[in-house]
Design a protein around this ligand. Sequence first.
Ligand SMILES: [Zn+2]
Length: 443
Amino acid sequence: MLSRIAEFADNVLIGANVPLRARLAPLIPLSVVPRIQKEKFRRVLRYVSERSPFYRRRFKEIGIDIRQVHVPADLGDFFTTAQDLRDNPVEEFLCGRPELGFETTGTTATTSKRVYFSRREAADMGRDGAIGLYNLGLRQEDRVVDAFDYSFWNAPFTLRAALDRLGCFHVTAAKIPPAEFYDRVRGYAFNVLFVEPSWLVVLTEIARVRGTWPLKFIYTGGENMSEATRRYVEAEWKTNVYMGYGQTETFGQIGSECPAKRGYHVDDFNLSCEIVDRGDDGYGELVYTTLSRHVMPLIRYRSTDITKFLDEPCTCVLRTARRLAKIRGRLDEMVNCGMGNLSPWFFERLLDDLPEITGDWQVGVVRTGNRDTIEFRLELRDPAAAEPVAQVIKRRVQERIPDSWRNYELKLFEFGFRFVTPGALRTGRKLRRLVDERMRVWE
Ligand SMILES: [Zn+2]
């Protein structure tokens, strides 16, 4: 009942009024959030068990009686995985008529995952996303350009739906070469950019030489950005860079940074987030249930992204919306080897602020003889810097990660370095930071 009242207020009384939503946001009593979540969770569970062949079959197979399920954790070890989306036809998940389709190849998949939505769902994502952008200072009079990749990807549509609510002037440049972008957008006086992080770095290198222009902020999405890269871009443009976090499975949006730039505020009314397989430091895999979708709801979907909830309340107007920490890496990028238990984040700390290399780097774990070799694949700006860079990295391991250095002294692994020219490593939209290439000959 409570969730119905909240939805009515949302749709009818507050509607598209973004400033009003922003004013009301801090007034939401924290205690109502779990109650609304619980009601909506039970409703979506009933809905999928009636309409989705996949969930109906799976619940039956493992003997789940949804009448006994009140919160996501009651489902025990039942999850929906990326593999489920690949192994089953998308129709098995559908509960309503699809109107918009997207797909994701992830970083390791051999086949893509399809995810479908309705136009209404896209509009709702825009309504909820708009408040996050309003919180960052975006207003109707601002002039927005985006250079997102439109191919099968839904983040640009999330942006467009949010801008529909805010009413900003908007031009879609799409993902054209940064130099072309630079030339073509100069005359428009755009003051807000929506771009992908690695693309932004190249644009910034151009702007460093040819000049920047005044910006209110830059918003990035699509992949993680290291703090060193953020600082570099911010210093060049003299503006703030904010990050959004999402997956194609969530219509491109899970959470957004706020002016505090510490963690992503999540929308607890539409997404029920859990952290599972949690370590002592609170980090684990993000699992979410979509609470408001009608076409293709997902129950306890394993994101494979490693994060944790931030406990301390935020200082911004969205203080009642919980925050997720910046993503540490993907579960399928975690590698246990002679150097230790590695994640991309582990290497970010070593490689982030090395001016001799570009932001595109990769670490491969390869087997040489009986030992693991940790091979750093780096794009060198100056070919003469190879040896000094290798020395700096080794010294940083020694100083910053003593456990790994001890393993090195014990000869549990070797260092390897492969230097290439800038632009050589990236072949797709995402570059895998850490890859395990050891031959599993004993299996
Ligand atoms: Zn905040």
